[in-house]
Design a protein. Sequence first.
Lengths: 223, 223
Amino acid sequence: MSTLAQNKADLERASTAQKVADMLRERVLLGELEPGLRLSEEAIGGALGVSRNTLREAFRLLTRDRILVHEHSRGVFVRRPTADDVRDLYAARRVIECGALRLWNDVSDAQREAVRAPVRQAVARAEKKDFSKTGSANIQFHRGIVGLAGSARLSDESDRLFAELMLAFRVAHEVEAFHQTYLPWNRKIVELLNNGTVEQAVQQLDEYFDAAEQDLASRLVAD
Amino acid sequence: MSTLAQNKADLERASTAQKVADMLRERVLLGELEPGLRLSEEAIGGALGVSRNTLREAFRLLTRDRILVHEHSRGVFVRRPTADDVRDLYAARRVIECGALRLWNDVSDAQREAVRAPVRQAVARAEKKDFSKTGSANIQFHRGIVGLAGSARLSDESDRLFAELMLAFRVAHEVEAFHQTYLPWNRKIVELLNNGTVEQAVQQLDEYFDAAEQDLASRLVAD
DNA sequence: ATTGTGGGATTGTTGAACGATTCTACGATA
DNA sequence: TATCGTAGAATCGTTCAACAATCCCACAAT
């Protein structure tokens, strides 16, 4: 049955616009296309070998994901989050993740494990002085938390929030170093959860958000 | 300064695709285009006098809003929420709205008033046997709750969840009667908030979700 | 009843075209 | 020197026509 599900993904080949959008998303998140950069329809379309119409469809997709911003008759630009955006982003995360974390005792073991595992891996890597994937590990931890809610829609929206946050890190020139700072926090949260003190874990998560928001926002005031 | 903000809205005339999307969204939400209906590019584009390309951009917009679903090489259809969708929707609402409501004591008076006012109006109308806008009043109440979080992103996403829920009501043939049932719940929640017993209000909201979810899901099992 | 197999309809994508809007650079004016 | 206005270039917004790819439906064969 699992093979059928796999094949399904192969059969549902994405449209050209979807594939272009995926590629552009990756480039933006990898930092190859800097925030604020204007994406010319002609230049990008020519380079990728797709028509303007198809490319515009891809742009719409990414605009909805908040990766790009669309200005009428001016074109699309890689989003450049401001300090206000960061505040909004963290206000949303606080509600979503703290709310999800409070469900800790009502969810499946698999869901709980999706929260613990990323931290365990990050700790293991940190002990080996391997800081290569600390960023994605931190994201995985928070994805796990959102997953406790058991809503695909909420998880999808959170992924969009995380992507936008990545752009903010990029603007703040703090892509990797940033996440690394907060591993101790994540450990503490998992520890509190394992102790059965869920409310304390929620409070700890809330403090993490305070610190992270302030840290990031302070780096975004200057241009 | 307020006039400037108004003019801005005029200046930022929406693109054709955006206007088409807005019109289609309204038609769908009003029930003129039934869930499950396939939207032919040629038919709709011809009727609205826009090109296929522009129409397809509008479709993409609405697909991201979960108003339409897009099946490759088959076309776009008005979304037809299933019982599983309803479960997912309420799982998301539970986390978002209960989380937002817990912020009651930390927000501005204006934000709190945005929660109370819709219930007050609904009560006034109900006393006059005027049940015309009870649906939108219920939605306004919940929009107000989400607004407590103070995140435009979260409010936008919630609007999408509400729109999707409207479609579910449509499928369940319960557009107006549904909301009406839950006015007493809303009153009780506001009452508990005014008493300063926020946690009890949150619990009441959670029970509302349980009841609403079960009611709606039970009407969606049959086709 | 199930399984090919056509043809017809619809979508996916392209390329060109042209009006509308924005940007840029240069010169006029104070 | 600084501000303003303007013509021309560049780019976006939208349409149209075309064709390949895909799906749907009816009909025939087993």
